[in-house]
Design a protein around this ligand. Structure first.
Ligand code: GDP
Ligand code: IMO
Ligand code: MG
Length: 435
C-alpha cells in the first residue's frame, strides 16, 4: 500500500491541483475518478501557470502515467483541445495518457439540456452549473437508455444506430421545451464524434486492467479528486452539488481500484471558504472582508471566470466532509491570503432558529438555512508569509490559527501552503492520524 488520495473538503477550488503536482515525485500514476471539464486545477511551476480541466495534473511531470477513469464524463472536443494546449506549452503527453473505454461521453444534446434547466424561467431550477454538460451526461449514464461510453465510439455501425435513436428522442424533447432550438442532425453528430474518436484512439484503453497491472508492478497511484466533498451528490449540499461522488467515496467506483490500496487520505482546505455557483454557504461574507479575500486570493473561477463567493472557515462543514472523505491528514492552502486580516473568525458550531446548538452538518437545506454560525475569534497576523518555507518561519498567530483548524476538524495538518508556486509549500512531515 502506498497510494494516496487528494480530495477537496469544501466546495471545490481548494488548490487540489497544486498539491497533486507537489506529491507527484512520490507517485507513478495520477488518476481522475469523477467529474469532467467542470474542474479547473491550477499549477504554477517555475513562473509558468498551467490549467488542467479534464486531464490529470500529473501530466505536467515527465514519466508520470495519467488516467481518466471510468467515473469521469468526457467531452471529446474538450479533451482534444486540452491535449493541444498542453502540447503547445511543451508538455509531452505521448504514451502517458489513458482514457477509460468505460467513461461516458458528453454529447451536444447534454449541453442543450443543461441550458434548458439553467435558463428556465423558474430560478429555483438554477444550480449555477459550469454548463459543461456534466449533470445531463451523468443522468443518461444512470438512466442507461441514452448513455454512450467511450468504447462505443469504436463500433461505428452500432454507434450510429444507437445515436440516431437518442438524437430522435432528445430532439423531440428539446423542441418542445426550448423555443429557439435547432434540432440536431444525428448523422452529423455521428460523423463528428467518430472523427474525435479517431483522434483519441492513441489514448483510449481498458484503464481498469491497466491500473490493476500497474498496482501489481508495485506502482503508486495518486487519486486526484475534482470539485469538493461538499459538492458530492450524496454527501454535499444537495441539490446544490455536482452530479458525481466528488468526495473520496467516489474513488473505488470511479477508478475500479479498491480503496484498500490507499494509505494516505489527504483532505484539502482553504484557510477560509469559497463557493462558486448557487447554494447554501453559512459563513459567507458578502461584505468588505469577503471582497478583500476575493481580491487578494484572486478568487475567480478557473473554468467560468465567475467571482467566487468568499467567507470564513467553516469547521462544522469540514468536520463532516473530513469524516466522509476519511481524511487522515489535512493540507491548509492559501494561508497567505489571510495576512493582514485581524481578527479572523472560524465557525465552530451552528445555532438553529430555536437557539439550539447544532454540531453536525445538517443534511437538509431547510434545516441548514435556519442555522447561524457560532464563531470563535482568533488574532490575525500582519506579516507577509509567502516566503516562509518551514513551520517555524510562520508567525505565532498563523501557527495558532492552523493548529486551531486542526483541533476543530480533528485531523492533523501535514501541509501548509503560502503561495501558488510549487515551492511555496510547507511540509510538517508525516503525522499520525487520530485513531
Ligand atoms: P483546485 O480546483 O482545487 O485545483 O483549485 P484552483 O486551481 O481552482 O484554485 C486554487 C487557486 O489558488 C489557483 O489559482 C492556485 O494557483 C492558487 N493557489 C494555490 N495555493 C495557493 C496558496 O497557498 N496561496 C495563494 N495565494 N494562491 C494559491
Ligand atoms: P474544481 O475541481 C468549484 C460547482 C458549480 C456549481 C455546481 C454544479 O476546480 O474544484 P456542474 O457543472 O458540476 O454541474 O456544477 O458545482 N462546481 C465547482 N465549483 N470547483 C469546481 O471544480 C467545480 N465544479 C463544479 O459552480 O455550483
Ligand atoms: Mg478549481
Amino acid at each position: 500500500m502506498s497510494s494516496t488520495c487528494v480530495v477537496g473538503l469544501q466546495w471545490g477550488d481548494e488548490a487540489k491541483g497544486k498539491i497533486v503536482d507537489w506529491l507527484c515525485d512520490a507517485h507513478d500514476v495520477v488518476v481522475r475518478y469523477q467529474g469532467g471539464a467542470n474542474a479547473g486545477h491550477t499549477v504554477v511551476a517555475e513562473g509558468v501557470t498551467y490549467k488542467l480541466s479534464l486531464i490529470p495534473t500529473g501530466i505536467l511531470r515527465p514519466g508520470i502515467g495519467c488516467v481518466i477513469g471510468n467515473g469521469v464524463v468526457v467531452h471529446p472536443p474538450a479533451f482534444l483541445k486540452e491535449v493541444e494546449t498542453l502540447v503547445a506549452q511543451g508538455v509531452d503527453v505521448k504514451g502517458r495518457l489513458h482514457v477509460s473505454d468505460r467513461a461516458h461521453v458528453i454529447l451536444p444534446h447534454h449541453l442543450a439540456e443543461e441550458r434548458l434547466t439553467e435558463e428556465s424561467t423558474s430560478s429555483a431550477d438554477h444550480l449555477g452549473t459550469t454548463r459543461r454538460g456534466i449533470g445531463p451526461c451523468y443522468r443518461d449514464k444512470v438512466g442507461r437508455v441514452h448513455g454512450v461510453r467511450i468504447g462505443d465510439l469504436y463500433h461505428p455501425e452500432r454507434f450510429r444506430v444507437h445515436l440516431a435513436r437518442i438524437v430522435e428522442y432528445k430532439n423531440r424533447l428539446l423542441t418542445a421545451m426550448l423555443p429557439d432550438f435547432t434540432p440536431f442532425d444525428a448523422d452529423q453528430v455521428a460523423e463528428d464524434y467518430l472523427g474525435y474518436a479517431e483522434r483519441m484512439r492513441p489514448y483510449v484503453n481498458d484503464a481498469t486492467s491497466w491500473l490493476h497491472e500497474s498496482l501489481e508492478r508495485g506502482q503508486r497511484l495518486l487519486f486526484e479528486g475534482a470539485q469538493g466533498s461538499l459538492l458530492d451528490v450524496d454527501h454535499g449540499t444537495y441539490p446544490y452539488v455536482t452530479s458525481s461522488n466528488s468526495s473520496a467515496a467516489g474513488i473505488a467506483a470511479g477508478s475500479s481500484v479498491p480503496t484498500r490500496h490507499i494509505d494516505r487520505w489527504i483532505g484539502i482546505v482553504k484557510a477560509y471558504t469559497t463557493r462558486v455557483g448557487g447554494g447554501p454557504f453559512p459563513t459567507e461574507q458578502d461584505n468588505d472582508t469577503g471582497e478583500r479575500i476575493r481580491r487578494i486570493g484572486k478568487e475567480y473561477g478557473t473554468v467560468t471566470g465567475r467571482p467566487r463567493r468568499c467567507g470564513w472557515f467553516d469547521a462544522v462543514a469540514v468536520r463532516h466532509s473530513a469524516r466522509v472523505s476519511g481524511s487522515t491528514e489535512i493540507a491548509v492552502m492559501l494561508l497567505d491570503v489571510l495576512s493582514g486580516i485581524d481578527p479572523i473568525q472560524v465557525a465552530v458550531a451552528y445555532e438553529d432558529d430555536k437557539g439550539r446548538e447544532v454540531k453536525n452538518f445538517p443534511a437538509n437545506l431547510a434545516d441548514l438555512e435556519k442555522c447561524r454560525p457560532i464563531y470563535k475569534t482568533l488574532p490575525g497576523w500582519q506579516e507577509d508569509i509567502t516566503k516562509a518555507r518551514t513551520w517555524d518561519e510562520l508567525p505565532p498567530a498563523a501557527q495558532t490559527y492552523v493548529d486551531f483548524l486542526s483541533d476543530q476538524v480533528g485531523v492533523p495538518v501535514s501541509i501548509v501552503s503560502v503561495g501558488p508556486e510549487r515551492t511555496q509549500t510547507i511540509s510538517r512531515g508525516p503525522r499520525t492520524a487520530r485513531p
